[in-house]
Design a protein around this ligand. Structure first.
Ligand SMILES: [Zn+2]
Length: 310
């Protein structure tokens, strides 16, 4: 049986419907050395984020993947509190963010030692709780992968092969994606357990196809951020559908969130971006350009369940 490994336990994916595969509830982008790093009271976090979860619950969203790993303020206490207030199933990653955000005690350890920590979070629980991580998130700087990031990718491959959890990597542009896919393949990773996060940052659509041919999931995850980019992501999505790779595409907003260090946790200056644009505008636009009900179901239900299912 395939399950989504949520913060409140395993849920059979067959019980789920619409899944948002890349969003945020809580982020600290100041890095792990900032004063008050990762702090936010559960009540304050819930007070800010709950109305935005209510909006997508009303639209039929059943599960929500939070994508903040170690290094950008993952706060299990706050996330567990939020998860108890909504019927939406919440998935949280293990893993670590890019160079400059890596906890100091993880800088000099081997891929195997780092993987051991992540495997514990995926199979036993995170930070002393019984809440298990549901996938492995890593990240590259824009001109990455750096040496330490390549180490993280090798650790991610070890943890993925040991647990079945998928790897998602914040990756800007096709050059970096190609390099990291080669690192993962050399580490024995089947790329059907890898998500190229932020693939919309590459405008050469032949590289989206190339990644899909290699087996990777291609994620367009800035929906609702701005109209020009939405138009591009529509083109990118339709291109992959037409090429026969629609079953490797993920769509999300990368939106939110309670931001540590900002007044009342509201991100500055842009404010809190909610999670409704995919349903309210992007899917209708896909339909108007010829996507079928079956395509939409694949993109929003089947694909994220297959990607994140363990
Ligand atoms: Zn993100």
């Amino acid at each position: 049986m395939t399950v989504l490994r949520t913060i409140k336990g395993d849920i059979p994916t067959e019980q789920l419907g619409f899944i948002l595969p890349h969003e945020h509830l809580f982020v600290d982008l100041r890095g792990p050395l900032a004063p008050g790093y990762g702090e936010g009271t559960p009540q304050a976090v819930a007070g800010l984020v709950k109305p935005y979860l209510d909006e997508i619950e009303a639209r039929g969203v059943t599960a929500f993947v939070d994508c903040a790993p170690w290094g950008v303020g993952r706060n299990i206490t706050a996330l567990r509190h939020v998860a108890n207030l909504t019927p939406i199933h919440i998935v949280v990653p293990t893993g670590v963010y890019k160079e400059g955000f890596i906890p100091t005690n993880w800088l000099d350890i081997s891929p195997e030692a780092l993987a051991e920590h992540w495997i514990t979070e995926l199979t036993e629980g995170m930070e002393g709780t019984d809440s298990k991580a549901g996938f492995i998130k890593v990240a590259l700087v824009d001109d990455g992968p750096k040496t330490i990031e390549a180490r993280n990718l090798r650790a991610a491959a070890i943890a993925s092969k040991a647990t079945g959890a998928i790897i998602g990597s914040h990756t800007i542009g096709g050059r970096a994606a190609r390099e990291e896919m080669s690192i993962l393949e050399a580490a024995g990773q089947n790329l059907n357990r890898f998500i190229w996060i932020h693939a919309q940052t590459e405008s050469d659509t032949s590289i989206h196809i190339e990644a899909a041919k290699r087996g990777a999931w291609v994620e367009f995850d800035a929906i609702g951020a701005n109209n020009d980019l939405d138009q591009k992501m529509l083109d990118f999505t339709l291109n992959l559908l037409e090429a026969g790779y629609g079953n490797q595409v993920l769509l999300s907003h990368d939106a939110g969130w309670y931001e540590v260090g900002s007044p009342s946790g509201v991100p500055q200056p842009q404010g809190y971006r909610g999670y409704t644009a995919l349903i309210d505008s992007f899917i209708p636009a896909l339909r108007s350009r010829g996507a079928t009900d079956a395509d939409i179901h694949m993109l929003t239900v089947t694909n994220p369940a297959r990607a994140y299912g363990i």
